[in-house]
Design a protein around this ligand. Structure first.
Ligand code: FES
Length: 108
């Protein structure tokens, strides 16, 4: 694996009136917020955040997933980015209150 942590943020968009989608909420601002945190900490070589397409769990969104743990987070708000970054990305402690029930590695 190239990165110690790899954060995929759904930014999928659909036609208006179609199924709820993360990109229509604030998926792209989550990408920007995670990228900013990575840059602030000078971790561009070890942590990557990037946009991605639909995970097909749209109703939980906005959704992200953090690898290598495979922890999915749902209903992620911009104000949650700091907690996810500080707890999970920097300290390997998944944020249980936001973790979705189908994680590969659920809560500790
Ligand atoms: S649009 Fe984000 S999971 Fe489907």
């Amino acid at each position: 694996m190239i990165y110690e942590k790899h954060i995929f943020i759904c930014t999928n968009q659909r036609k208006e009136g179609a199924r709820q989608c993360c990109g229509e909420v604030h998926g792209m601002s989550l990408v920007d917020a995670f990228k900013k945190k990575i840059k602030e900490h000078g971790l561009q070589d070890t942590i990557r955040a990037q946009k991605t397409g639909c995970f097909d769990i749209c109703e939980y969104g906005p959704n992200i997933v953090v690898y290598p743990e495979g922890v999915f987070y749902g209903n992620v708000q911009p104000e949650d980015v700091e907690e996810i970054f500080n707890e999970h990305i920097l300290n390997n402690r998944p944020v249980v209150r936001l973790a979705l029930p189908f994680n590969k590695k659920p809560e500790k």
